[in-house]
Each structure stands twice: as C-alpha cells, then as structure tokens.
Design a protein around this ligand. Structure first.
Ligand SMILES: [Mg+2]
Length: 297
C-alpha cells in the first residue's frame, strides 16, 4: 500500500504542522508506505503530479482544510479520469466544510480517516468546473462573488480567530455594503439583477460551520445556487445569522435553486472566491461534472 500524504503546514493556523508527527507514526503502525508532499507556498500542492506519478499510489491523504483540498482537486482534475486517486481527508484547516459534509463533526478524525482507507470503500462526488475568460478551474465546496468574496478577503486577516474569522469579517464588511448590476443566464433565459452576492455550492457547509446550502447533495449532478438580491444593511444583518441553520433561504431577498449549468456577468469588476481562495473574476460559466472525484468513506 503506497499513499501520497499532502500537508499544508500553514493550514488551520499551523494545526496541520502540529499533527504531522502523530499522523506519520499512525500510518507506520498500520504499515502504510508514504511519500510526503509538504507545500512550501500557496497553491504549491497543485504541482504534486509534476513530482509524483499517480500510477505509483493507491490514494492521497490530504492533511489541511478546504484550501488544501481545493489545490488537490485542481491537480486531480487535470489528470484523465482513470488516473485520479481516491482522497482521504484529515481535517486540519480553518474551515473543514467538505469533511463536515462527508462525515459530520467526528472527534476521532485521524484514526477514522486511516480506518476509512483500510476499509477501502469509496464514494464519488461531483466537481464544479469554472470557466472564466482566462482559465478553467474546479471546486468542490463553494464559489462566491460579491459581498461574500469581500468577507473571504477580510477573513484571511482574521484567521487567528479560528472559526469566528468569518463571522467577524461579515460584520466588518456590512459597513461598506453596496449592490451591483448582474446578468444571470439560466436554462436559455437572461435575468438582469441588482445583486448583493451569489454563492454556488456543492456541499451543505461553507466557511467551516455555515449551513449555506441546506438542500445540497454532493453527488446529485446539480449545484445549489443562492442569489441574494439588493437589500439594506439592516436586512442583511438580520438575514446573516440565519445562515447557521440554513433558514436564511426563506428570506424574500434570497433566491435558492438547483441547476447543472449557469452563467454570470457584470459591468463591474467582481472577483471570485472558490473554496475560500481569491482568484479570477466575472464573467463566469459554471458546470457540474458529475461524480468526478472519489473519496474514502
Ligand atoms: Mg449537488
């Protein structure tokens, strides 16, 4: 059994680096042969297959958060389908939304992750493909633009607050709230909107513990789209705490639907935030690639 271990030492305010030794020991106890890829700079993990041949391994342990997983998803999606490796996630990030979606909040995370690999049972999940005017990339958790992207940018500065980083960033960005014109293309129809933010999800959770898409299933061939239309600061302030239990989708300012394909554009410059990262901008075309990646379950 030979496995790749990808670790982002910066993940989770250096949590990943702290648990490295114990993971290493446990994997040896269970007779795993491992090669370790320790990322040295942002998105380094995307280059993993420049160093290692996927055909030499049975799977990948991803030790980090949603950001680390985002890089591995992109590295894997650049391989042909049959060469992609099943993933085992050891959650060690600021946000571990994908892990939560797959396994809930399990306290025995390291041991359970190893056990899942030993059981050798896997599940395929959907991946969302994003086309901008400059590049194609992939995500499995959330892509947003508008207000939430501003929040993500702010949350980076608050990472030392751990799980509260997003909540604090939300409050900070409320002060400068502004809507913007947005064109949405859905099933051959065009919609002109005054938008506050858009979130597109493959998983129920985002930002760690925010229940942003309560109806999302990661293997139904559909993305969950949340369009928050123009609203006042006060309305947004009232609506936001309801993200924790998903009840915000009942708000009259929120449209929530599912689709396999969607397009957005705006005359304004709008940066994208896929899986907690910041990259590229509108216009964008998003499409579901059903069951494109495998996870040990
Ligand atoms: Mg889905």
């Amino acid at each position: 059994m030979r496995y790749l271990c990808v670790l982002n030492p910066q993940a989770g305010n250096k949590k990943a680096a702290k648990i490295k030794a114990s993971i290493h020991t446990l994997l040896q106890e269970f007779s795993f042969e491992t090669d370790w890829f320790i990322s040295q700079y942002p998105h380094h993990a995307r280059e993993i297959f420049m160093k290692y041949q996927p055909s030499d391994y049975q799977g990948i342990f991803v030790i980090g958060g949603d950001g680390t997983l985002f890089d591995i998803v992109n590295a894997q999606m650049n391989l042909p389908n049959e060469k992609r490796l099943p993933l085992a996630v050891i959650p060690a990030g600021t946000g571990n939304s994908v892990y939560m979606d797959l396994f809930g909040t399990d306290p025995q995370q390291i041991e359970k992750s190893i056990e899942r690999v030993l059981n050798n049972k896997t599940k395929k999940i959907d991946v969302l493909q994003v086309k901008t005017s400059q590049k194609i990339f992939y995500f499995i958790n959330i892509l947003g633009f508008g207000f939430t992207t501003d929040v993500t940018r702010q949350a980076v500065h608050y990472k030392f607050f751990g799980k509260q980083a997003y909540t604090l960033a939300i409050l900070k960005k409320l002060i400068g709230l502004k809507s913007y014109p947005l064109l949405m293309e859905l099933k051959g129809k065009k919609y002109e909107l005054h938008n506050t933010f858009v979130s597109i999800l493959n998983t129920k959770y985002a930002g760690g513990n925010l229940l942003m898409a309560p109806k999302a299933l990661h293997n139904d061939g559909l993305m969950d789209v949340i369009v928050v239309n123009k609203l006042s600061r006060w309305e947004l302030l009232k609506t936001f705490p309801k993200i924790y239990d998903g009840s915000y989708i009942e708000s009259p300012y929120v449209d929530y639907f599912q689709t396999d394909k969607i397009k957005f554009s705006s005359p304004q410059h709008k940066q994208l935030s896929p899986d907690g990262e910041l990259c590229q901008e509108l216009p964008v075309e998003i499409e579901v690639i059903p069951e494109a990646l495998e996870f040990f379950i």
